[in-house]
Design a binder for this molecule. Sequence first.
Ligand code: SF4
Length: 166
Amino acid sequence: MIAMAIALEPKLLIGDEPTTALDVTVQKQVMNLLADLQAETGMGMVLITHDLGVVADVADRAAIMYAGRIVETGQIRDVYDYPAHPYTQGLLNSIPSNVSSGKRLTPIVGSPPNLLALPTGCSFHPRCPFATEVCRTTVPPLREPVGWPPGHAAACHRTEEVLSHG
Ligand code: SF4
């Protein structure tokens, strides 16, 4: 599939779950191949994945999506090292290699919402440990707080508290 896509010399390659169902070794090979092709051809690349670990080494920027909206975006190291949205923190805490040996993984409670009947306010509020009343009524804008690295933004009313907690 990758060979067929590259044969057309695209300016932009969109990889939707490019490593799903592959074992870890082949995943690494595929990601290295994509990185080499990108460097060689200069094409843009958008990778869509549920596995943050897979893209950590090859992506420049990350956009974390929940219920159809971007809830956090930034340079990949800023997002991974300083997650500023509770959903991003939950995703990172669910990766086994991020958790010390002997410690339990911390799952995100609850289930994803019905996209046809989203919760009011912040869509993540029924699952969020930081939720307050304003979260139930008002959709948080994607904002870049003063003092943050340029381009690192989160859609959360309580980003500053979340960041200090993480
Ligand atoms: S806006 Fe509120 S509910 Fe939404 S992620 Fe932030 S703290 Fe949680």
